[in-house]
Write a protein that binds this ligand. Structure first.
Ligand SMILES: [Zn+2]
Ligand SMILES: [Zn+2]
Length: 266
């Protein structure tokens, strides 16, 4: 299994990231991709990838940080420098987020759009796929992607932690995107403000477009929900998805691993 989206570069793994990674590798995870959400966490993801064969990095600025004043600096140039580092396989996590967070509510959508579009353009310039974060903003994300269709690659990237309705899924697939599912696909019922369950969305996603992720330290699958998540649990995600698809875990593992390798060229 490959965890195509996690954050061992975050503060919550400061003390034991090596132990956590070892546990994942010993339990059958072959590769881990750490993802940045701003310049410093992107740099950290790159640093980790350069120290260990089994790590790759994705660098970018998350929509949640679109209003931070450090964006008045030359963040885009700094990001471009990072994209050229060895083992950087995509630009992400980038996108739109209309969830109202306790810390800063909903960041001005026009600022979110501005940095999303700038990073789509950068991805085209440097020849990398994109890893998209979308929360409750599927319609706008699709509209922005369609508007920039000429900048998208043949394998344009993936939606990480997919959620939305069947229309968003269909559009994402039509544009050529892969679809990532996490431990929250094991939760019963619907997430707040969502209309289609993650299990139904996973069932509707073709096997040759599914990739697996944990978004550690978040989205811990059942039965560990409530504790800090870690990449070893991508195996639980794989088992759940295999069951939904009615195939063996081994078959699902082989297909989803190959999907990630094809997408990121690793
Ligand atoms: Zn995200
Ligand atoms: Zn994330």
């Amino acid at each position: 299994m490959i965890d195509v989206h996690c954050h061992l570069n975050f503060h919550s793994f400061e003390k034991d990231s090596e132990e956590v990674a070892e546990r994942a590798f010993s339990e059958g995870v072959s590769l881990i991709i750490n993802v940045g959400t701003k310049i410093d966490s992107s740099q950290k993801a790159v640093d980790i990838a350069q120290k260990d064969d089994k790590f790759y990095a994705i660098v970018g600025v998350h929509p949640h940080h679109a209003d931070k004043h450090d964006l008045e600096s030359n963040w885009l140039e700094e990001l471009e420098v990072l994209t050229k580092q060895p083992k950087v396989v995509a630009i992400g996590e980038i996108g739109m987020d209309y969830f109202s967070y306790q810390s800063n509510g909903i960041v001005d959508p026009s600022l979110q759009k501005e940095i999303f579009e700038a990073q789509i353009e950068l991805a085209s310039k440097v020849g990398l796929p994109i890893q998209i974060h979308n929360r409750l903003a599927g319609k706008d994300v699709i509209e922005i992607l369609k508007h920039h269709k000429n900048l998208l690659r043949d394998k344009p990237g993936m939606f990480h932690c997919f959620a939305g309705d069947m229309e968003v899924l269909k559009n994402a697939l039509d544009l050529g995107f892969y679809i990532g599912f996490d431990g929250n696909s094991t939760y019963p019922g619907l997430a707040p403000k969502e209309t289609v369950s993650l299990s139904d969305l996973a069932k509707a996603t073709p096997l040759d477009r599914i990739v697996t992720e944990t978004d550690s330290p978040f989205l811990t699958p059942i039965p560990y929900r409530g504790s800090r998540n870690e990449p070893s649990r991508v195996i639980i995600v794989g088992q759940h998805l295999a069951q939904l698809k009615g195939i063996s875990f081994e078959e699902f593992d082989a297909i989803s691993t190959q999907n990630a390798k094809d997408l990121f060229g690793i």
